[in-house]
Design a binder for this molecule. Structure first.
Ligand code: SF4
Ligand code: SF4
Length: 135
């Protein structure tokens, strides 16, 4: 994760697209961290909801793409109902997921799933993971 923010690290196009796709004014986030304290997925994610919003605010797309928040968010909306700025955080995370997929970056690589796993996996789980985690 970059420790310094430079003109070169800010991807304005990414910031604009996240805003357009999500429809959320995520730039109004004041970094209070309330969303992070209530997120049930925080043990599985590499960054907190507060952090992913912060990275999106600064347009650091390369880092946003490299962490697993967009794939692990359960869209439970617990964070959104607590956000004092009324930001629908899962909508922002979903926009990030879509933009990541547009770069052809998969979270699950279908051809890397071993045969034994495919045989044991419920069909519904396989379909939903391909829908959410592959481009
Ligand atoms: S709760 Fe809302 S304002 Fe607070 S850090 Fe999270 S997104 Fe930002
Ligand atoms: S919607 Fe996603 S980021 Fe928000 S609390 Fe639920 S799992 Fe965490």
């Amino acid at each position: 994760m970059p420790s310094t923010i430079t003109k070169r690290s800010i991807d304005m196009d990414f910031i604009e697209k996240v805003g357009t796709i999500s429809g959320e004014a995520f730039k109004t986030c004041m970094q209070c961290g309330t969303c992070s304290t209530v997120c049930p997925m925080q043990e599985s994610t590499e960054v907190t909801p507060r952090k992913i919003i912060h990275l999106a605010q600064w347009g650091i797309f390369s880092t946003v793409m490299s962490v697993n928040m967009a794939w692990m968010c359960a869209s439970c909306h617990t964070c959104a109902v607590r956000c004092p700025r009324g930001i629908d955080i899962p909508k922002v995370v979903e926009a990030i997921r879509l933009l990541t997929l547009r770069k052809n970056k998969n979270f699950v690589e279908p051809f890397e799933i071993v045969k034994e796993q495919i045989e044991e996996m419920p069909q519904a789980a396989m379909v939903s993971t391909f829908r959410k985690h592959t481009a």
